[in-house]
Write a protein that binds this ligand. Structure first.
Ligand code: NI
Ligand code: MN
Length: 223
């Protein structure tokens, strides 16, 4: 049983059988959300170093004694801030007690809070309890997504749709097709004026492809 809770923006909490994990934990976006209530948060994953994805990761990791997994340069930064980390690159499975994860390409920039180099931006595929969840991070539409389908067959895709910094709804609908997940959950839209998205239009485009579409409002859970 995997519960995916949308915190807001690109932040998710995923509850697994015995533990929980988070991705891009910008928890400050959601006043009603309290990370302190998470039981056994073991791992936090970061797609890249921008503030809207790093979020409150450092504070949460230290508070919950969780490990941050990120691309090498970003992980080293988190380590320098006093966090437990796993530094990784794109390409190979990384094993955890509860499942496995692979970091894959995203076409986007990445920097540390001080503007320093944070390595490449990534997307993340999580393979746990027979479910494969693909968090696309911040990215434009790219043909690597076809390889994601061919190699990993994700069940659930979390896709940015807000445009300006990432795919817009039209490109995200194409991405959904290329990735081939049965269920798509939109993210990275509506948070600020430059990433407003026409969610109804996205729903229409997705429905033409026999893909399930699941709009999660902040705090809502997809089981
Ligand atoms: Ni970004
Ligand atoms: Mn972003």
């Amino acid at each position: 049983m995997v519960d995916i809770r949308y915190i807001g923006h690109s932040a998710f909490e995923i509850k697994l059988k015995d533990n929980s994990i988070m991705i891009d934990p910008l928890v400050s976006i959601n006043q009603a959300y309290d990370y302190k209530k998470i039981e056994n948060l073991t791992d936090i994953f970061l797609t890249h170093g921008h503030g809207d994805h790093l979020g409150e990761a450092l504070e949460i990791a230290k508070d919950k004694n969780a490990t941050i997994t990120a691309i090498f340069e970003l992980a080293k930064y988190c380590e320098s801030q006093g966090c437990k980390t796993r530094d990784v690159g794109m390409g190979g499975w990384i094993n955890y007690d509860w499942g496995r994860v692979v970091f894959l390409p995203a076409f986007h920039s990445s920097s540390l809070p001080d503007g320093g180099y944070a390595g490449h931006a990534a997307s993340i595929l999580i393979d746990v309890e027979g479910v494969r969840i693909y968090h696309a991070g911040d990215t434009c539409l790219n043909s690597e997504m076809k390889l994601v389908k061919e190699l990993y067959r994700p069940n659930i895709a979390l896709l940015p749709i807000g445009g300006t910094y990432t795919m817009d709804v039209e490109h995200a609908a194409i991405a959904a097709q290329w990735i081939g997940a049965q269920t798509v959950i939109p993210m990275h839209y509506g948070t600020f004026p430059s990433i407003q998205a026409d969610i109804q239009k996205f729903a229409q485009l997705i429905q033409m492809q026999n893909t399930n579409f699941c709009i999660l409002n902040p705090n809502e859970i997809k089981q």
